[in-house]
Write a protein that binds this ligand. Structure first.
Ligand SMILES: Cc1cc2nc3c(=O)[nH]c(=O)nc-3n(C[C@H](O)[C@H](O)[C@H](O)COP(=O)(O)OP(=O)(O)OC[C@H]3O[C@@H](n4cnc5c(N)ncnc54)[C@H](O)[C@@H]3O)c2cc1C
Length: 353
């Protein structure tokens, strides 16, 4: 029963806690791969005030060094030498159900849709639990999708025909360049709001990954969901989780699919004929890279401690203390073999840094 919506936190984003920039923090445990050296500087933030405070401190340390935003580390291959700048670990975790006052919409009460604002550091798993508790439908496709909401928006994460862009109303972000040069009082004015169409969502991409928002940290996302049936929502999410448990090599450290799936226009005609039963809508026709790697006989291929998964060949698992180099060399070998055999250029989905 969901007669009354449960709002988790009335205040959103603005709270204060002392923040401090730490030095030489190992990133290994922040990566789902369990690979990676230290961050020279490391800052954890759980709301906008902490981010501002962190930027003020950072200005005193350096303006020249790069900044990297870390979510849940489920899509990251981190170098063994680590990162020479500031890593900002986004733990902005509030979720708020928006009212008529918040949205300036007169018809929200009668409407079948519901807007919620979600901190970019909220884990997708927690967001889905929130949706179940509040009978909100629209994100069932994401059952079992690891990572944060911010990471999902940046890469327009998708599965089972759904994509995060389908639920996004608008995204709030702050530029990591401008903020460090601005006085604290100016920072709030620089929070940028982009409506869905301005986010330039594409297949596993957005303005935050490949466009002018590249140097921005997503702080919150407003989603437009539908009021639905709790049991049905739960069932659909559980089905996806079960599917993933059976198909993904979750028993090893991994970072999901290494390569993007392949648009069918890029597949040579003869191969397309041969694999036509494997073509999927994702949400447009693609050849699953996992299928191509299996057909090419690459299952189980190893370099050092890294291996192309037997269970899902688009995953390269950390089988036995793999290093950054092992994974990178294996990626290169796979790409080169696929190009030689089928003249298809595989494109990485993961972030390497
Ligand atoms: C087992 C498994 C299954 C997966 N299945 C899928 C799937 O079905 N579909 C799919 O699309 N992906 C899948 N992934 C990949 C991964 O879950 C998504 O890419 C996820 O959205 C990454 O979120 P994250 O918080 O872990 O990001 P991270 O790995 O921490 O970071 C990834 C990139 O996003 C950036 N980023 C993170 N947070 C922010 C922010 N707040 N602002 C700006 N930039 C940010 C980082 O700088 C980095 O460049 C899977 C991964 C695993 C391990």
């Amino acid at each position: 029963m969901c007669s009354k919506l449960i709002a988790k936190t009335p205040e959103f984003l603005y709270n204060t806690r002392m923040v401090s920039i730490q030095k030489d923090v190992s990133l290994k445990d922040f990566s789902n791969y369990k690979i990676g050296g230290p961050a020279k500087y490391f800052l954890e933030v759980s709301n906008l005030d902490e981010l501002i405070e962190g930027f003020i401190q950072w200005e005193k340390i350096s303006k020249a060094l790069p900044i990297f935003v870390l979510g849940a580390g489920t899509n990251l291959l981190i170098g063994d030498r680590g990162f020479g700048g500031l890593v900002i670990h986004n733990k902005i975790k509030d979720i708020k159900i928006l009212s008529e006052k918040d949205t300036k919409s007169q018809r929200i009460k009668e409407s079948k849709s519901q807007r919620i604002r979600v901190g970019a550091g909220v884990l997708m798993e927690d967001l889905l639990n929130f949706c179940v508790q509040n009978c909100l439908s629209g994100l069932e496709w994401a059952g079992g999708l690891p990572g944060t909401v911010g990471g999902a928006v940046r890469g327009n994460a998708g599965a089972f025909g759904g994509e995060i862009k389908d639920g996004v109303y608008q995204v709030e972000s702050v530029s990591t360049y401008e903020v460090s040069e601005a006085a604290a009082s100016q920072v709030r004015k620089q929070v940028r709001k982009r409506k869905n169409s301005e986010c330039k969502f594409r297949y596993r991409s957005s303005i935050f990954k490949d466009g002018e928002g590249k140097n921005e940290i997503i702080i919150s996302v407003e989603l437009k969901l539908q009021k639905g049936d709790k049991d049905l929502i739960t069932k659909q999410i559980e089905e996806k989780i079960e599917y993933r448990k059976n198909r993904h090599p979750l028993e090893y450290p991994n970072i999901g699919s290494i390569f993007k799936n392949i648009f069918i226009e890029k597949v040579p005609q003869k191969l397309l004929e041969q694999l036509k039963d494997s073509i999927k809508d994702d949400p447009f026709p693609i050849l699953p890279t996992a299928k191509l790697l299996a057909v090419a006989g690459l299952k189980g291929k190893k370099v050092g401690g890294a291996m192309v998964s037997q269970k899902h060949p688009n995953f390269i698992v950390n089988l036995d203390n793999a290093t950054f180099r092992d994974v990178l060399d294996l990626i290169r070998e796979v790409k080169s073999l696929i190009y030689k055999k089928y003249q298809i250029e595989l494109e990485e989905e993961i972030t390497v840094f």
